[in-house]
Design a protein around this ligand. Structure first.
Ligand code: ARG
Length: 564
């Protein structure tokens, strides 16, 4: 049902195969204003090639074109505008969706290739930040989108569970820690210890030495150090898991930074063998002058490895174990330099697959225009945000639909969905302003708005007694009023393809908002439930809207309750 492609094929023949169908497809436009047709072909490029006026070419094509899919053509200046045959196309798209249900919109261009997605990746003993929320939400949606396009996603939580900060944390715990307190509220308590360490170290620099000492013991495999580290990690993970459960996100791997401890010697050896490692300021670095990047730090003077070293080891490990077709890193844009360096070093090592690694950056979450920061205890704890959102959704339900059966379940779907949708509806590079009121609105571009539209469509189907196994419906009308909704349905596969190509879930989020708007408008204009010859076909259309809205929301990681 790719009409651009079909038109390109037709033009290809009409133009005596002079320009490739792929090139023609690139030229075809979709007019913003549907009164200019469903597709438009500008003839400027051809005019140059054929040394004729673009208007003349448009005229010629318009006379020659013969196809059942287009019911009308029109020449406006250099443009050939084409109008789809509404009846034929409507029948086609509806029967396709009815037959394919939630598989509608799928692509196969992924060819089963693996896509590793480095996502979420919070740091142990630190709060789960808004940046980690964004990474989780965007990464999860990208996994669903690439899967829909025929790839196999592998979601990896690259936990920040190693580094000098654990030496400091152990020092602080040994000095001031309390088992019970940590057990009761692990992250809050561990963060407090960490902050205290820095406060005290300002007047007592010997603390830093102790911290380094404990980290050294940790790296050397000291039993007590390892035990404490493991305990901090377990307790932190328990807290993170609650958030993942709320958001319904699972991972294929929790191999964090520590996982690569025994895999870094090899990286250093490989770099040495290729004579890429040089001494600089007593540290071992890879120079990246040709790439116009600062040197990549591999090993500190005391032999300690770094974040970048672990990421090099992780990249090799992932290539060898998953043989990825693409490797995505969903991490805030403030780490752009790090990923440029990472990819540059791997390219220097001769790994051509480094080109298939993509940093997928995103903007910040702001509160009143300022960055939300976790430092100095000024934290907005994510779990609180989610529970607050669920509570507010629960209030809304109580007001609007007090007799709803599974209120708690729906409140969770709406509350969490609102947070996720708010994150995904804008291009991921934009900073977003955090506002629960905004997220939970039932009007405008929000998750609840789309969910509500879905629920409303479901209720129409219930009232109309729609059965999924009805025989193919008869399409009597010319489908004028339905056309806006139909033409939106046709767009679903394209929206998914764009989201995959640009690694941008907002393409799907915007799409479901547009479809919802088109549907709501239609619903106010046409009495779908009224007895008429068109009723079965109209119910089929409503059904198709529910299928596509539900699937679109699913691709964002948002659930769709049938009543709310
Ligand atoms: N833990 C890091 C942070 O919170 C993010 C890790 C991103 N992934 C990676 N492979 N470097 O900043």
């Amino acid at each position: 049902m790719d009409f651009k492609k079909e038109l390109a094929a037709i033009l290809f023949e009409l133009l005596d195969q002079e320009i490739s169908a792929a090139e023609l497809e690139q030229l075809i436009e979709k007019p913003k204003n549907t009164s200019h047709g469903d597709l438009a072909f500008p003839c400027f490029t051809l005019a140059k090639l054929k040394r004729k006026s673009p208007n003349m070419i448009a005229q010629e094509l318009s006379e020659k074109i013969q196809s059942t899919i287009f019911e009308q053509t029109e020449v406006v200046g250099a443009y050939l505008n084409l109008f789809l045959n509404k009846k034929l196309v409507s029948e086609k798209v509806i029967s396709e969706i009815v037959a394919q249900t939630n598989h509608f919109g799928a692509h196969e261009f992924g060819g089963g290739g693996n896509v590793t997605i480095d996502m979420s990746s919070p740091n142990i003993a630190k709060p789960f930040s808004m940046g980690h929320l964004r990474s989780t939400v965007i990464g999860n949606s990208l996994a669903l989108i690439v899967e829909k396009c025929g790839y196999k996603p592998i979601k990896i939580n690259h936990l920040g569970d190693w580094g000098t900060q654990f030496g400091k944390l152990i020092t602080a715990y040994k000095l001031w820690g309390d088992v019970e307190k940590v057990k009761q509220n692990p992250i809050k308590e561990l963060l407090a210890l960490y902050i205290k360490f820095h406060d005290v170290a300002e007047s007592d620099p010997s603390l830093e030495d102790q911290g380094r000492g404990w980290f050294k013991r940790l790296e050397d495999g000291d039993e007590e150090a390892l035990m404490l580290w493991q305990w901090f990690r377990d307790e932190s993970l328990k807290e993170f898991s609650r958030i993942y459960e709320l958001m319904n996100v699972q991972f294929d791997s929790y191999a964090g930074e520590a996982f690569y401890n025994d895999k870094m010697d090899r990286v250093v050896r490989l770099l040495e063998e290729q004579q890429l490692l040089v001494e600089s300021d007593q540290a071992q670095v890879v120079e990246l002058t040709e790439e116009q990047l600062p040197p990549c730090l591999i090993k500190k003077s005391d032999g300690a490895t770094l974040y970048a070293t672990r990421d090099l080891a992780a990249a090799l490990y992932r290539k060898e174990n998953y043989n990825f077709a693409k490797s995505l890193y969903v991490v805030g844009h403030e780490q752009s330099l790090h990923f440029k360096q990472l990819i540059a070093v791997l390219s220097k090592m001769g790994y051509t697959w480094a080109e298939t690694m993509v940093h997928v950056p995103f903007g910040m979450m702001l509160k009143d225009g300022k960055k939300m920061s976790t430092r100095k205890g000024k934290v907005v704890l994510l779990e609180e945000v989610l529970t607050e959102s669920i509570t507010m959704a629960r209030h809304n339900i109580e007001e609007k639909n007090p007799n709803l059966e599974n209120k708690d379940e729906v409140a969770k779907q709406v509350g969490v969905g609102a947070v996720i949708f708010h994150d995904l509806k804008n291009n991921r590079m934009n900073d977003i302003e955090f506002s629960l009121e905004e997220m939970l609105r039932f009007e405008g571009e929000t998750g609840p708005y789309v969910q509500y539209t879905f629920a409303r469509a479901c209720s129409i189907l219930r009232k109309g007694n729609w059965q999924e196994d009805v025989p193919p419906v008869d399409f009597h009308t010319a489908w004028e009023k339905e056309w806006k909704v139909i033409s939106m349905l046709i767009e679903f596969p394209n929206a998914i393809q764009r989201a995959c190509a640009n690694l941008d879930p907002s393409q799907v989020a915007k799409y479901v908002v547009d479809l919802s708007q088109a549907f709501n408008k239609y619903y106010t204009q046409v009495k779908v439930l009224e007895e008429s010859a068109e009723q079965p076909a109209r119910l089929a259309l409503v059904y198709c809207v529910t299928v596509v809205l539900k699937e679109g929301l699913r691709l964002l990681g948002v659930e769709a309750p049938e009543e709310m």
